[in-house]
Design a protein around this ligand. Sequence first.
Ligand SMILES: [Zn+2]
Length: 318
Amino acid sequence: MRSGLLTLLSLAVPATAGELSLSSPIDCDLNGPCYIQQYVDHDPSKGASDFACSGLSYDGHKGTDFALPSYDMIDDGVDVLASATGVVAGLRDGIEDVRFSRDRAAALKGRECGNGVVLRHPDGWETQYCHLRQGSVTVVRGQTVQKGDVLGEVGMSGRAEFPHVHLSVRHKGAVIDPFDPDGTITCGAVETDTLWTDLPPYRAGGIVNIGTSGAVPDFSDIRANTVMGPDESSDALVIYAFLFGTQKGDVIHLVLEGPDETVIKKDIQLERSQAQSFRAIGKKRGRKNWPKGDYTGTATLLRQDQIIDSQSLSLSLP
Ligand SMILES: [Zn+2]
């Protein structure tokens, strides 16, 4: 029996020859600070499902979104990399990095990809990289690029609501999910037959980042990483968590420990599934300033009582 199995495995190899072998299109750790926000939609109806059925997709999404945690990382310059060796078949640059809103849909019609690059690979394969930073595209049409070469930088051009590179993979014109190229969904199972040379981590939602402030921050400041930290005379001490891919029923546990005692802690149950959201808890200052010293904050995301992500920070009030 054992040799029979081995025969089957060795037969499977020639069948995959001619497939594309992909590496990550983003020069950033996908276990944090970066993350994958959305996968290819496998649901033919109006709903949406990623290959693992965790809802990390939206209706009609034809690629995978590799995200930066905040706008300021666009300015830092995070490289977009060729996922496979190929020839530049198309490109566009010159579109500004502005967060998409519905009133800009008409102006962006036909240019939803923003600044982007299309690579042509052997055997009818194509990869496309979208939403690159304005002015960052470094390749020219007809150029051969090697796997891992820089194509440009991650931005937010075109139809993008957060900074990311959208990777589309096509074979003879058909959309292929690199995490599930044969298209058969097995909910909850980890796919082994993928197009990845090194499989990116699958995170079924998680914490993008956490922070503290002297008042409940605006989501726009959290997205931009411009939230001001608290000081000893702040009106309140607030801890917040920026979340992605959360599901209805998830619990976010937030706690802020002061030098002497717990300042505040709370479990918040999430009442609906959301692609991106944030939650904050805080405590108002009494008559005296906040105690001087070291504080620690922790956010823990739980799903059906299992911890799926956790982040901590330290804060010093001198
Ligand atoms: Zn996308």
